[in-house]
Write a protein that binds this ligand. Structure first.
Ligand code: NAP
Length: 693
């Protein structure tokens, strides 16, 4: 069959958006498809057909198999840091093709500002994960979780939690509202973990995701099998998955329920995380009266959230919870700001600040939900359900709509999500009531608390926190610098309990770990060292050559220097106190020190001992060690008195070559002991070491 643009008589066929399957582009031959198998996608402003979509015949089983074999093998050849570097290259590459993506994005109804949230936001996620992957993960394929647990008296049997990547595929099913950000925020952590992705964008805006995938592949940056794309319905994708795989879903609660009931999820162990809808609240503090900076920031945030992406954000503010007697002020201020700042129209037209909804179906859906809110007790106090004046009748345009509820407990306002520029306002009696009302949302992604009063902030935040994934405390100090109520940031978790889906995405390295299995490994220190690549206390050491004389290429974990002893005198302690000014009584006043339950009398400064340890273990001549970049986890265990002596053992514990530098980081295990073999202090020394001597 030939696919014609229904709005024009032109006979140019509208091509079917292809899928990327087993490292090749694929689309069904149009003449093999019935009309019912093809979905037409329309320009949100004009109703003109811009894409045809069908996943009929796509080899989903083959895609899963390809990811588990080719994708797993190619990603398995890279370390966390190498994958993270590729993400950075990808982010830079995509930054160069943004203009083309903005043009496509405008067809979805997005203004330039909306497109930036989606496209630049998505690219930003790649940058952040690249940087966090390199800073917070080792340059290897095993992520160590927490310290080793000693499981025997003599230290010969240890336990260590590790994370290794899932052996399957990450299927990423996204909602229509963020075709780019939604895809990249799921892809980035899966990629760093080393798990191949099958991306399934929502049909109404999937053509934009397809354009991004096309650029990603054209860049040649990704290894084979790392990314595949299903354009069109997911069909029987989940039938082909098992416990090795995960599904990360964003969309409606009803689709989440369908996925959650799939036998492969219920019985087969497929990991499913769901991000669904959410009736996010913004609570105005009792202190935030009209004219305060908090009131102004609150109103600005409400209007932004109602209109950015035309309110089609899972994080948009839906419920304005304001103090008793303040509804009128809030409605007036929101009305004034909307009137001043919102111009509805085709986002390609000059001066337009709010585009249409993504499709006529969405418009129908939002109008129907808004009508349910009205039927449930909402009075329209701003906007209307009619098409805005002067807009194309074929576009999915809608005015910002604010509804006032006299009954703050009306069921509809806590039940119905109108996924568009729609919000409701109602009043609370006191802070406890505000908390109760916020919780009636049944679990939300995010809430804002606008107050400058720390006591109000604490009461509200601690009251609502467990009902939310994120809480923004908005006041005069952060109003300008805040990233905003509606913007999930890659550093912080995104997701919420209950109605919000119960899932968790982003949150820095946490998101990478969602794509990995945590396993408790038990064994001897030597075995744990061999398995993890990190030296464990009690494992073999090599003291033959001073490790500061070895380049990063020569250094091995377990290389050690032992030095000392050095005896501490009362004069040493007095001199250190005098030169540093640290004359704390435990170092200077014998009587006061003896009265302290922790000290036998005057004791040496901990920092004196750490400084001496450096003097003992250092090899001073110029060599591969470039700098001491820090010290972590310092613990003083046993006090040292005049007459005691200390010695130190410094052992290379973790070696992290940097991908883009001529040096790497070496983490050393430092242990100070006294003449009785008691542990005096433990810590990690961080150094930068040249790759070659
Ligand atoms: P949706 O209809 O549930 O669709 C979401 C995705 O699921 C689409 O890719 C859809 O594909 C796919 N899908 C539908 N049925 C499926 C099935 N049986 N098996 C596998 N996949 C299936 O939701 P939407 O209309 O795109 O998005 C709007 C909703 O998403 C709103 O409720 C909003 O609150 C929520 N949302 C939540 C978040 C969050 O982070 N929590 C973010 C954005 C949106 P097709 O398009 O091909 O049908």
């Amino acid at each position: 069959m030939t696919l014609l643009d229904p709005r024009t008589d032109q006979d140019a066929p509208i091509p079917i958006v292809p899928s990327f399957v087993r490292d090749a582009w694929w689309s069904p031959a149009p003449d093999t498809l019935t009309d019912a198998a093809i979905q037409a996608v329309l320009d949100a402003s004009t109703g003109r057909r811009v894409a045809s979509v069908s996943s009929e015949g796509v080899d989903l089983a083959g895609m899963v198999d390809y990811a588990r074999t080719v994708g797993q093998a190619s990603l398995g050849g890279l370390t966390f840091h190498q994958r993270a570097m590729l993400l950075k290259e990808l982010a830079q590459y995509l930054g160069g093709v943004k203009e083309e993506l903005y043009a496509l994005s405008a067809q979805t109804g997005a203004t330039r500002f909306d497109s930036m949230i989606d496209i630049d936001g998505g690219i930003g996620v790649l940058f952040t994960f690249s940087s966090k992957g390199r800073r917070e993960m080792p340059n290897s394929q095993v992520y160590i979780d927490g310290p080793a647990e000693s499981l025997s008296r003599d230290g010969s049997f240890l336990g260590q939690h590790i994370y290794t990547r899932l052996p399957g595929v990450a299927c990423q099913i996204n909602a229509f509202n963020f075709p780019v950000w939604g895809m990249l925020e799921k892809f980035a952590p899966a990629f760093i973990a080393g798990v191949p992705s099958i991306v399934k964008p929502a049909t109404p805006t999937g053509y934009l995701a397809e354009a991004v995938v096309r650029h990603i592949l054209a860049s040649g940056i990704l290894p084979d099998g790392a990314l595949q794309l299903v354009s069109g319905g997911a069909r029987d994708l989940v039938d082909h998955l098992d416990y090795r795989d995960l599904v990360a879903f964003t969309g409606s609660a009803s689709t989440a329920r369908v996925l959650g009931a799939h036998p492969n999820v219920v019985q087969g162990g497929v990991r499913l995380t769901t991000e669904t809808d959410s009736l996010n609240a913004a609570i105005l503090g009792t202190d935030a009266t009209a004219g305060t900076p908090e009131f102004d920031a609150y109103v600005a945030s409400v209007v932004t959230e109602m209109t950015a992406k035309t309110g089609q954000k899972c994080t948009s503010i839906r419920r304005l919870i304001v103090p008793a007697g303040r509804m009128e002020d809030v409605v007036a201020a929101v009305t004034e700001r909307v009137g001043r700042r919102v111009r509805i129209g085709d986002p390609r037209a000059e001066g337009v600040t709010m585009g249409p909804l993504a499709s006529p179906e969405q418009l129908r859906e939002v109008r129907s939900s808004a009508s349910r809110l009205v039927a449930g007790g909402g009075r329209v106090v701003l906007g209307s359900l009619d098409a805005p004046a002067g807009t194309d009748a074929d576009g999915a345009f809608m005015e910002p709509l604010l509804l006032a509820f006299d009954d703050p407990e009306a069921e509809a306002v806590h039940e119905v999500e109108a996924f568009g520029p729609v919000a409701s306002v109602f009043e609370y009696r006191d802070l406890d009531h505000a908390v109760t009302l916020a919780a009636l949302g049944g679990g939300s992604l995010v809430a804002t608390v606008a107050t400058h009063d720390p006591l109000i902030a604490r009461a509200l935040v601690l009251g609502i926190a467990a009902h939310h994934g994120r809480v923004l405390v908005l006041d005069r100090d952060d109003a300008k610098t805040s990233t905003g109520h509606g913007s999930p940031v890659p550093h912080l978790v995104h997701g919420g309990p209950g109605r919000a889906g119960g899932g968790e995405e982003l949150g820095g390295i946490r998101a990478v770990l969602h794509h990995m299995q945590r396993t408790a490994i038990q064994g001897s220190p030597d075995m744990l060292t061999a398995i993890t690549g990190e030296w464990h206390a009690g494992a073999a050491v090599d003291t033959a050559v001073h490790p500061f004389r070895k380049s990063l290429a020569e250094l091995k974990v377990g290389d050690r220097v032992e030095a000392g002893p050095r005896t501490v005198t009362a004069d040493d302690i007095a001199a250190f106190a005098a030169s540093t000014g640290d004359t704390f009584y435990a170092h200077t006043d014998a009587e006061a020190a003896a009265a302290n339950p922790f000290f036998p009398g005057i004791v040496a400064h901990g920092y004196l001992l750490v400084s001496w340890a450096a003097g003992l273990f250092v090899d001073p001549a110029p060599g591969p060690v470039l700098a001491n970049s820090g010290l972590e986890n310092l613990r003083f265990v046993t006090p040292v008195s005049p007459g005691d002596s200390i010695r130190v053992a410094l052992t290379a514990k973790r070696i992290t070559p940097r991908e883009t530098e001529e040096y790497g980081e070496v983490r050393w295990d430092a242990v100070l002991q006294n003449q009785n073999d008691e542990i005096v202090a433990t810590y990690d020394v961080l150094t930068l070491v040249a790759k070659d001597a």
